[in-house]
Design a protein around this ligand. Structure first.
Ligand code: ADP
Length: 397
């Protein structure tokens, strides 16, 4: 019996979850926010309690110290010896990490090197890894990459039709993201369908604030909607998804908003998507509330959102030459009855449908009619659990 922590470190935050393994029982979870700023917030949830404290957290090392102290303070653990493993989510693994890996100095350096591909995320991930290594040097420490699951994509899917030197010299290719989530829901869907994953063609739709869709053939990713970075693919809360790249030089020339790479990145990553179109919110709940009150911009934001998801599902039906099931997961995919209904009803020609009696709040498992050719499922994702399981896998090697 041992305790394992999964860590998801952002540039100014650190999300964690403590598991009892191999039982896979969540003992506690929490979030440290505003790291490096004044009035940082640490929240710990356990036994139905939620404890919040406001303090100044300087950096990720201090954040890890606070989190470990909190575990003792709230009697969630008695001593640090009980923690035998830690798993760190890392956003970009490039072409180098095809699987999760045991942490050593070389691995950390590689994660730092790959910051070129995820400048906001990888340095924060590496800081989290170093912080744990400093405080708990002897536990099994594993890095789990958002991109690993997609390293099985064929070259025709991951290469862009731009001059080859940008691939060979600058590593510009499709890497995708949300890999742990797509892998988890694909495997779980196979269980729910009662069929071996090796027999299945699946389209997994991770639709949250960030959103991506993956074509999974026989359990492996063969194409995914996010691209070189998580900006590509379907429309998202604040990200554009795919747009015509010619828009960028055009706006550089004719507006004052696109002067630097940072400007371009900010507009496309943080000011676009649902927020940009609705001019109201990046949150689907707000969009739907406004839409029902007759707000035309919110309606349009919803319509574009649904349209882009439908088009990607259509693409992947072509890539896979058919599919056994379409799976919805993440914040919107798991919770929005409306989005699931709009997306699927509009593409019913392909042989999928939703049963209104099954497509309800809190639905899990199959939500299509029994005779649907392409089943539709809701599978709650659990990226933290995938990370904790990976730590177990390395412990047992
Ligand atoms: P992140 O990418 O930040 O992890 P999440 O997976 O948590 O995002 O998804 C957040 C999104 O889920 C938000 O747009 C939120 O509005 C949406 N969401 C959560 N609950 C509901 C709901 N009941 N109906 C519609 N959308 C929901």
């Amino acid at each position: 019996m041992s305790k394992t922590i999964s860590i998801n470190a952002g540039s100014s935050s650190l999300k964690w979850q403590l598991y009892l393994m191999p039982e896979e029982k969540v003992l506690a979870k929490g979030l440290l926010e505003r790291i490096g700023l004044k009035d940082s917030i640490s929240t710990v949830k356990f036994d139905g309690r939620s404890e919040k404290q406001v303090l100044d957290i300087e950096d990720h090392t201090q954040a890890v110290k606070i989190l470990l102290d909190d575990l003792k303070r709230f009697n969630i653990i008695e001593s640090y010896d009980e923690i035998t493993g830690v798993g760190h989510r890392v956003v970009a693994g490039g072409e180098y990490f095809k699987d999760s890996a045991l942490v050593d100095e070389e691995v950390i350096q590689k994660v730092e090197e790959l910051s070129l591909l995820a400048p906001l995320h990888n340095p924060a991930n590496a800081a989290g890894i170093r912080a744990f290594r400093e405080i708990l040097p002897d536990i099994t420490s594993v890095v789990v990459f958002d991109t690993s699951f997609h390293t099985t994509m064929p070259e025709k899917a991951y290469r862009y039709p731009i001059p080859t030197k940008y691939y060979t010299e600058n590593k510009v290719r499709k890497y995708g993201a949300h890999g742990t989530s797509h892998e988890y829901v694909a495997k779980d869907a196979a269980k729910v369908l009662g069929r071996p994953i090796e027999e299945l063609k699946l389209i997994t739709c991770h639709i949250g604030n960030g959103a991506s869709i993956t074509a999974v053939d026989k359990g492996v990713s063969v194409d995914t909607s996010m691209g070189f970075t998580p900006l590509g693919g379907v429309m998202m809360g604040t990200r554009t998804g795919d747009i015509d790249p010619a828009i960028i030089p055009y706006l550089m020339q004719y507006t004052d908003d696109f002067n630097t790479p940072e400007d371009i990145s900010r507009v496309l990553n943080r000011e676009s998507g649902l927020l940009g179109v609705s001019e109201k919110s990046s949150d689907m709940r707000d969009i739907h509330e406004a839409m029902r009150a007759g707000d035309a911009k919110a309606q349009l934001a919803n319509d574009i959102f649904v349209d882009r998801i439908q088009k990607y599902i259509g693409q992947y039906l072509a890539v896979l030459n058919g599919a056994d099931a379409i799976i919805f997961t993440a914040g919107i995919g798991e919770n929005s009855v409306t989005i699931r209904e709009l997306v699927i009803n509009g593409i019913s020609w392909f042989g999928c449908d939703v049963d209104p009696e099954k497509n309800v709040r809190g639905a899990e498992g199959v939500i299509s009619n029994p005779d649907a050719k392409v089943k539709v499922l809701v599978i709650p994702t659990d990226e933290e659990l995938v990370i904790a399981r990976d730590v177990e896998r390395f412990k047992n090697q």
